[in-house]
Design a protein around this ligand. Structure first.
Ligand SMILES: [Zn+2]
Length: 505
C-alpha cells in the first residue's frame, strides 16, 4: 500500500470495489474495452429547484468520480437533463410559457447548485430535447423487431412480454405481466409491470416533434437509453442514480437498450440510497422538505451540507438532521484550522517517526476505506485520527517540518475527494441571498445572515481598525462594543501574535 512521504501525487493505483445492484455483489469496477471508465448518471428533471435528496445522489456520484480519478483512472461521464416530461408540460402550460422557457430557469439553478456543492461537471451533458433523433432511431430499432408497437392515437409502447429478462435489476416479482396492459406515465406505481410508453402522441396544446414515427414527444425512459448509447456506446461500465430510479426507470432503460442492441447495457449499477430528514421521509406536507437554497438561506454553509451528505456511505440510508449539519460545520472548521496550522506553522527541522507512522496509517486507512465500496465514514474517520494525533504532536513540539509536508500531502488527497477545505462559503451565501432578493424570497433568510452580509469586507476592516485604535487609547468600552456588535452579525475577531484577523461565521 502507499507510503506517505515518497513524493507521489496520488496513491498507488487502487481498484475500487463497488456494490453492483445487478449482480447483487461487491465487484471491482474497471474499464472494459476503452482506457476510460465510461459512466452514466441520470440527471435532474428541471421542473423545480433541486432538493437535498437529489443532491445526495449527485454528491455521491461526484465522490465516485473523484475517487476513480484519484485511483489513476480517466472517466467519460455523461449526465442527462430531462427538459421535457409530464410535470414540465403541466407546469409550463399552467404558467402559459413554452417549455424551454420554463426549464431554462431551473436548469441554470441546478448548475449553480452543483457549483455551490463543489460537484465536478461530467464530460458530457445532454438535454433530452436535443437528442430526439437518437430516441426515434432507438424506437425504430425496437419496432423493426416488433418489440415496440404503435397504438391508435400514435403513441409507441414497449412490449414487455418480449423481454424475458425484465426485472433482473430490481429483482421484483413481476409474474403478472399482462400482455398489452399499458401505462403512459413517466413515473408509475411500483410493482406495475405494464407495457410502458416510449413515445407519446401529441395532445392539443402540447409541445411536440415531427418525426418519422409520427408527431409527439419522448417518454422519460427512452431518453436515458438513447443518450447513454450516443455518448458511451451500446455497452459501458457503470450506470448510477438514486435508489428511487431503480424501478421502473432503470429496469426500463435496460429493457429498451438490450432488446434493441442485443448486447448488455451497463455492466455495473450503483444506486444511492434514500435520504430521510429528521427520521422521516422528506415531503412538503411533513414540513421537512428542503432545497439546497432553503438551507443556504437558513445560514448553513454549502461546504457543511456537502460534507454531511457525503459522510454517510451511499449504500446506507441517511438521516439528515440539523444537529448533524451543525456538527458538520464544526468538523470543517477543525479541518480548516488544522490545514492552516500545518501550512503556516513553524516546526522544528526533521521528522518524528511516531507521527510519520500515524500519517502513513491515515493515508492507508483513507485509501482502503474508499476502495472498499466508497466507505466515506471510515475515510473521514482516518483523517480525523490524523488531525488529533498531529495536533497533539504540534502542541508538544514533536511535529517536525517533514511531518508537516507529509501530512499536507495526505490532506491534499483527502480534499481532492471531499473538497471542503477551501472556503467559498461567504460568497455562496451572498449568491443565495442575491437570488432570494430577485425571487422576492428575502423574508426566508435568517436575520443574522442579512446583518452579516450587509457589511462589506471594507466595512469590517474599518471597524476592526477602529477597535485596534480604541484598545491602544485604552478605550476598552468602545473596543468591546465593536467586537460584540460584529459578533452579533456573525463576524468573529481573532487576536493573534501576528495581528488581528476576522472571519464570517
Ligand atoms: Zn435515467
Amino acid at each position: 500500500m502507499p507510503r506517505a512521504g515518497c513524493g507521489r501525487d496520488t496513491p498507488d493505483v487502487a481498484t475500487l470495489q463497488l456494490f453492483n445492484t445487478l449482480s447483487g455483489k461487491v465487484e471491482p469496477l474497471t474499464p472494459v474495452g476503452t482506457p476510460d471508465l465510461r459512466m452514466y448518471c441520470c440527471g435532474p428533471t428541471v421542473y423545480n429547484y433541486g432538493h437535498i435528496g437529489n443532491f445526495r445522489t449527485f454528491l455521491h456520484v461526484d465522490l465516485l468520480r473523484r475517487v476513480l480519478l484519484q485511483f489513476g483512472l480517466t472517466v467519460q461521464h455523461v449526465m442527462n437533463i430531462t427538459d421535457v416530461d409530464d410535470k414540465i408540460i403541466r407546469n409550463a402550460t399552467a404558467a402559459n410559457i413554452p417549455i424551454n422557457q420554463y426549464t431554462a430557469k431551473y436548469e441554470q439553478a441546478f448548475f449553480e447548485d452543483l457549483t455551490a456543492l463543489n460537484i465536478q461537471l461530467p464530460e458530457h451533458i445532454a438535454r433530452a430535447t436535443e437528442c430526439i433523433p437518437e430516441m426515434v432511431a432507438l424506437i425504430q430499432q425496437l419496432a423493426a423487431k416488433d418489440i415496440a408497437y404503435r397504438t391508435e392515437d400514435g403513441s409507441w409502447y414497449f412490449r414487455l412480454a418480449r423481454d424475458p429478462e425484465y426485472g433482473k435489476l430490481s429483482k421484483k416479482d413481476l409474474e403478472n405481466i399482462t400482455d398489452g396492459a399499458r401505462v403512459d406515465l413517466d413515473e408509475y406505481e411500483k410493482d406495475a409491470a405494464r407495457d410502458f410508453a416510449l413515445w407519446k402522441a401529441t395532445k392539443p396544446g402540447e409541445t411536440s416533434w415531427e418525426t418519422p414515427i409520427g408527431p409527439g414527444r419522448p417518454g422519460w425512459h427512452i431518453e436515458c437509453s438513447a443518450m447513454a448509447t450516443k455518448f458511451l456506446g451500446q455497452s459501458f461500465d457503470l450506470h448510477a442514480g438514486g435508489e428511487d430510479l431503480m424501478f421502473p426507470h432503470h429496469e426500463n432503460e435496460i429493457a429498451q437498450s438490450e432488446c434493441a442492441s442485443g448486447h448488455p447495457f451497463a455492466r455495473h449499477w450503483m444506486h444511492v440510497r434514500f435520504l430521510l430528514v429528521e427520521g422521516r421521509k422528506m415531503s412538503k406536507s411533513e414540513g421537512n422538505f428542503y432545497t439546497l437554497r432553503d438551507l443556504l438561506l437558513k445560514g448553513y454553509r454549502a461546504s457543511a451540507i456537502r460534507f454531511l451528505l457525503l459522510s454517510v456511505p451511499y449504500c446506507n440510508q441517511m438521516n439528515f438532521t440539523f444537529d448533524g449539519l451543525t456538527e458538520s460545520t464544526n468538523a470543517i472548521d477543525r479541518l480548516r484550522t488544522f490545514a492552516k496550522r500545518i501550512k503556516t506553522g513553524t516546526f522544528p527541522q526533521g521528522r518524528d517517526e511516531s507521527i510519520a507512522a500515524a500519517t502513513i496509517k491515515a493515508e492507508h486507512d483513507y485509501t482502503a476505506a474508499l476502495a472498499n465500496d466508497l466507505n466515506t465514514a471510515e475515510a473521514r474517520a482516518a483523517i480525523f485520527d490524523l488531525v488529533r494525533a498531529a495536533n497533539t504532536a504540534a502542541d508538544h513540539g514533536t511535529l517536525h517540518t517533514e511531518n508537516a509536508a507529509e501530512i499536507l500531502r495526505v490532506l491534499t488527497l483527502f480534499d481532492a475527494v471531499f473538497a471542503v477545505l477551501e472556503d467559498h462559503d461567504a460568497d455562496l451565501t451572498r449568491a443565495a441571498l442575491a437570488w432570494a432578493e430577485r425571487e422576492g424570497r428575502l423574508d426566508q433568510a435568517a436575520p443574522e445572515l442579512l446583518a452579516t452580509l450587509a457589511l462589506s469586507d471594507a466595512d469590517i476592516d474599518a471597524l476592526v481598525a477602529e477597535r485596534t485604535q480604541a484598545k491602544k487609547t485604552r478605550n476598552f468600552a468602545r473596543a468591546d462594543a465593536i467586537r460584540n456588535d460584529l459578533l452579533a452579525k456573525g463576524i468573529l475577531i481573532e487576536d493573534s501574535k501576528d495581528g488581528v484577523r476576522w472571519k464570517r461565521k
